[in-house]
Design a protein around this ligand. Structure first.
Ligand SMILES: N=CN[C@@H](CCC(=O)O)C(=O)O
Length: 349
């Protein structure tokens, strides 16, 4: 984990706005005092959740998307640490560990790779480094029976989340084999072919490597589903989806029924909970869209899955506060902060 930056109490308080007679999450959230003894510190902590950032857009660029998913983490942190600590969400059951910084790798690629093909190959190759480091940390967190909360970053990080959690919870004796399920609220399946790692094939690699058993996508857009991916999905009994069109256009099921179906389909073992911010109407991401679920649907998705699934981890990805094409949204971080607090509340309910 060469690229991980641990936070201390001073770092946390630097972004927490202190106010008399009030307490913010930043004042209650835990940090690790000795990063050199990470495993022992996790073991000794009574916290249930470990929050980490993966602010990178290497995976998105490796998928020919628009850069900028590295900008959501700080925006999220500023909002999250200033949530009021109260009976609804107190904060001390969360460890804020820190974030990965892969910006050095990105600069190297930008400086040295020549032309489109070479750059694409270099970005895809770099995702392997991200995979290894993120997997290692998720493994460590879960083998100590804590729930990772991962804020990305591109959706490429579903792969190390699934792989790390499957191995970690297996090592902890929580599951009989190193294999988990996943539910994904997403406009895209991210089940593209294994053509080199990127943000569009995290679930294909996880399934192919045997770490992902059942996978269900909620809110998939028919217009952005390549035919080869659709064929792979319908021919695989361990993969299921409920399209956006079936829920909101044809009204075959309502949103609650769609989420309940996904929870039921994946109920046999631990399940990773995934939200791609591009599933939310108008939210800023590489694949932003005027069509998508409302923020309150995403909040309900998190709340229902946190309460009713056997949760392995939460991964919120693809959001951006600023895209490389200049578009900006100062609300992205605050929106993600609502989703994370809904998750913690749902898990504690
Ligand atoms: N994780 C997102 N994957 C989508 C969107 C690509 C993009 O525009 O960034 C996909 O592969 O289709």
């Amino acid at each position: 984990m060469n690229h991980f930056k641990f936070y201390n109490k001073k770092d946390v308080l630097a972004v927490t706005r202190i106010r008399r007679f009030e307490t913010k999450l930043g004042e209650r959230i835990q940090v690790i005092h000795d990063p050199g003894k990470l495993e022992a510190s996790l073991q000794a902590s009574n916290a249930s959740f470990v929050l980490i950032g993966v602010p990178e857009d290497i995976g998105v660029k490796a998928n020919m998307g628009i850069g900028g998913t590295d900008s959501a983490w700080l925006s999220f942190l500023h909002a999250f640490l200033n949530i009021q600590s109260n009976d609804f969400c107190e904060g001390s059951n969360i460890i804020l560990l820190g974030h990965f910084d892969f910006s050095g790798i990105e600069s190297l690629i930008e400086k040295n790779a020549q032309g489109f093909d070479e750059k694409l190959a270099a970005y895809r190759h770099a995702v392997n480094t991200i995979d290894d480091e993120v997997e290692q940390l998720i493994h460590l967190i879960t083998q100590n029976k804590k729930i990772p909360i991962v804020i990305g970053g591109g959706h490429n990080n579903s792969y190390p989340c699934i792989k790390g959690a499957a191995k970690g919870f297996y090592k902890a004796g929580v599951i009989p084999i190193a294999q988990i399920n996943a539910i994904n609220l997403d406009a895209h399946a991210d089940f593209r072919p294994m053509e080199g790692r990127h943000s569009g094939n995290g679930f294909s690699y996880a399934e192919n490597d045997g770490y992902l058993e059942k996978y269900c996508v909620v809110g998939l857009h028919e217009n952005y589903l390549p035919q080869n991916v659709w064929m792979d999905m319908v021919n695989n009994p361990f993969v299921d989806c409920i399209t956006y069109e079936d829920i909101f256009v044809h009204e075959k099921r309502n949103f609650r029924q769609a989420v309940d179906h996904a929870i039921e389909f994946t109920s046999d073992t631990l399940c990773g909970i995934e939200i791609d911010i591009d599933s939310i109407e108008g939210a800023l991401s590489s694949a932003s869209s005027p069509v998508g679920v409302q923020v309150n649907h995403a909040r309900q998705f998190i709340s229902y899955t946190a309460m009713d699934s056997k949760v392995a981890y939460l991964h919120i990805c693809e959001g951006a506060a600023k895209l490389s094409d200049g578009r900006e949204d100062r609300g992205t971080g605050k929106m993600i902060s609502y989703l994370v607090s809904d998750f913690v509340k749902g898990m504690m309910a």
